[in-house]
Write a protein that binds this ligand. Sequence first.
Ligand code: FDA
Length: 392
Amino acid sequence: MKAASYDAIILGAGGAGLMCAAVAGQRGRRVLLVDHADQAGKKILISGGGRCNFTNIHTAPDRYLSANAHFAKSALSRYTPRDFIDLVDRHRIAWHEKTLGQLFCDGSARQIVHMLMEECARGAVRISLGRSVRDVEHADGRFEVHYGEEKATATALVIATGGPSIPKMGATGFAYDLARRFGLKVVEPRPALVPLTLGGDETLFRELSGVAADVVARSGKTRFREAALFTHKGLSGPAILQISSYWRHGQPVGIDFLPGQEQDWALAAKRERPRTHFHTLLGELLPDRLAEVLAKKIGLWGELANMPDRKLEDAARRLADWTFNPNGTEGFAKAEVTAGGIATDGLSSKTMEAKRVPGLYAVGEAVDVTGWLGGYNFQWAWASGWAAGQAL
Ligand code: FDA
């Protein structure tokens, strides 16, 4: 069978691949976009609880993790949240800011997928869904892609197949295998924005499954003030998901259960109302069940009047920096994103093209750039897809 000829073949019709295809197509390039899923943008559809947290107005390079902290700067500065908001506005999609700069659709994430498909149609992008990529060959400056029963060739190939988080949605490590075949390095992929699990004597906290509190979570010098949630396996909630991206096996996670409290809150309460029980006092600041478990763990049970000042001071200090020792994460099955990925030192930060393989590009989550929770990962998908789309 004769191979169909294109200017660019993009593998993966997620956020990054769709953006890249639309931009290149509208620049007059003949583009083929291939995905093994039966629908484009599946992760967009389930994102943000079905409303897609499509960007964050506080996007800045320091909100991304990568072996090279500077790599994301160029793409992020050339395609900004404002650019994506303008696109959303042009398509008359209503949106709102929920919290912390996070922008969501008022209606449904479907609108974002629909918008990107329309942009691809404007660029006459040919989209092939439901066909697996069987093989990729490279000879004489052309890439030949075998997908389903078909064949296509192009001078440019874009890896936009994401990372292995949530495999049941069709996520694979395909990007890494392909990148390695072309001599690119891969930074060890690991689950990120993922719940942490507790074992040993910390399994006690699993009793609190469903209880949430506003905390500061800390790993090393990194801190996030948001909600933490106890689960039947350990810890989750935005503060924990954020810190999970920085956490490494064997490290502790510090939790300040009482952010913003005066240091002497327990002593002051002892002076003012000595007959109050410690766990009751704590229950005024935290959910009751959590207050009880923490009071028991600290070993302070009874009236404040019977507790030495020193013990109350120690308790306040512990509650401000409680140490958890997670024994793992809930893994790729539950990770919102994958940290690590195709090493940035082999790519141009301006075009996302492989330095040693002209015509090969990598964009989106497949690359070793991982954003915070809150719309940062889509902004990277749009920005990196746009950068490559401009260069194809
Ligand atoms: P993405 O994974 O989206 O797309 C890759 C595509 O490649 C998929 O369509 C897949 O089918 C295809 N593919 C994979 N292997 C293939 C192969 N071998 N052959 C052919 N095709 C293949 N981020 C954010 O900013 N705001 C949010 O609200 C959320 N919410 C959210 C919720 C949940 C549940 C998850 C799992 C993730 C999020 N995210 C998020 C993260 C966000 O979804 C993610 O960072 C982007 O979708 C990454 O976009 P990519 O296009 O790089 O990969």
